[in-house]
Design a protein around this ligand. Structure first.
Ligand code: ZN
Ligand code: ZN
Length: 360
């Protein structure tokens, strides 16, 4: 097996520093945990990075992470403290300091404003999230490994699943199998939606027992090296009946149309439209109640969104899902989801298992 590609956190911080200069910020106080992991490798649950446009950064956390931060963030100046007094020493000549406005509580923002005066504290755009949307080599490598484990788990699940087990047992079996195959864990609690529960896109209840004739939607993903896989496939225990087979065919057709629409330079909403138009033609426009996809990385849902109101444009090395579905109340539903990496002329599908309905 080849060694995983190494995360180049310093290169990511350099790109952020360039961004700070471009938007007229002297510094950004980074507090989002996924952003901290992306920029430094820190995997703890509390920390801050003062990232400066001049490249002089400082990482701060508390005593619980003393050893961990020395190992994970060895290449940055660090401080261990529980108060905000450190800011007085390091802010220096910074005049405009950005906060991650979408992540910082209002009370924290007010207190930082007072602490940092006379420097101006301003709400910053999701700058790190914008950088995170386009994956580097190490990130794509981690996503590939997460998707490979998810694929092997799905293939094993098809041999294991049978009438008489509960939805929850299927979800727990999948989570356990992903860990046994080398995942850090499950990226999210799997959705196992059988029979009429298939009409609920994020069904998690789990109490229903699988029966012959059920169509089952399984949405799951492994987490590897912090990165999330996200894949949805369908299995039927015998014949699910003509009405649901028609739904499956329409969703499969829409999903393939949307995957075919993905390429660098394409508007995200056009990928959504590719799926939505097909489902509308098939009579399921009203039954498609969510967007077509989302970015995936350190977080399960991140930039860009692929929906009717998205203003994002796809770019090479973005990792996005393509997951149209159709949901018929009291009848059931279906969704098929792939995780793809955008390329110059199309995309590369990381979730390789057969998309057609598996019948057991
Ligand atoms: Zn999913
Ligand atoms: Zn998804």
């Amino acid at each position: 097996m080849t060694e995983p590609a190494r995360h180049d956190h310093a290169a990511r911080r350099t790109r952020l520093a360039e961004q700070l200069g471009a938007v007229g910020l002297d510094a950004l106080l980074v507090t989002g945990l996924a952003n901290l992991r992306y920029l430094t490798g820190f995997t703890g649950s509390a920390g801050r990075l003062l990232a400066r446009a001049d490249g002089h950064h400082l990482f701060v956390t508390d005593g619980r992470y003393r050893d961990q931060v020395a190992a994970e963030v060895a290449d940055l100046p660090r401080r261990i403290t529980r108060t905000d007094a450190w800011l007085d020493d390091v802010v220096g000549d910074a005049e405009r300091i950005g906060l991650e406005a979408h992540l910082v509580p209002w009370a924290t923002a007010r207190s930082l404003e007072q602490r940092l005066a006379p420097a101006e504290v301003v709400p910053a755009e999701p700058l790190v999230e914008h950088l995170r949307a386009r994956k580097d080599e190490a990130e794509i490598d981690a996503l590939e490994r997460a998707c490979a484990i998810t694929a092997r788990t799905w293939e094993a699940l098809l041999d294991w699943i049978e009438p008489g087990v509960t939805e929850r047992a299927v979800a727990q079996w999948a989570e356990r199998t992903m860990v046994e195959l080398g995942a850090d864990g499950s990226a999210f609690t799997p959705t196992v939606a059988s029979g009429p529960n298939g009409a609920r896109p994020h069904h998690k209840d789990g109490r229903r027992t699988l029966a012959s004739g059920d169509l089952i939607t399984v949405d799951m993903g492994a987490r590897v090296d912090g990165y999330c896989a996200d894949m949805t496939r369908l299995v039927a225990l015998g014949d699910p009946g003509g009405e649901l087979r028609a739904v499956v065919d329409a969703v499969a057709d829409a999903q393939q149309a949307a995957v075919a629409a993905v390429a660098s330079g394409v508007a995200a909403r056009d990928v959504d439209a590719a799926a939505r138009d097909r489902l509308t033609e098939a009579g399921y426009g009203e039954a498609f109640v969510h967007g077509t996809g989302h970015g995936v990385g350190l977080e399960l849902h991140e930039a860009p969104r692929l929906g009717t109101t998205s203003d994002a444009t796809l770019a090479a090395r973005m990792a996005v899902t393509v997951e149209p579905g159709a949901y018929l109340p009291d009848v059931g539903g279906a969704r098929i989801e792939d995780l793809v990496v955008v390329t110059h002329d199309g995309c590369r599908v990381l979730t390789t298992p057969d998309r057609s309905l598996a019948v057991r």
